[in-house]
Every structure is written in C-alpha cells, then in structure tokens.
Write a protein of this length. Sequence first.
Length: 71
Amino acid sequence: MDANIGAGLAIGLAGLGSGIGIGLVGAKAVSSMARQPEAAPLIRTTMIIAIAFVESIALYALVVAFMLMAK
C-alpha cells in the first residue's frame, strides 16, 4: 500500500516537474531566438539537449516507480 502511494507520488511529481521544465526551456529558447535570429540553430540544438536531460529525469522516476510497485 505504501509503495503504491510512493510510486504514484514519484511519477506524478516527476511528470509535473519535467512538464514545467520543458515548458520553461521551450519558452526561453523561443524568446532568445526572437531576439537573436542568427543564433537560432545553436539555440535550437541546445534546447533539444536540455529537453533530453529533463525528460531523462522523468524516465528515471518511471523506473523508480516500477521498482516500488514490484515490492
């Protein structure tokens, strides 16, 4: 019972955090591309790498949630 609550909290909070993180990264990238259009390819590449790191945290939480549910 407690492991199920922990698994739900783990994936829920990680999903919330990664959603907020991806939203902030995207907003700042679009804002900086609007200010400096000539730097758009570099900004886009950096944004994709940052989104991959944020998403990896959510996937890590999913693995932790599965491990908690297996107990």
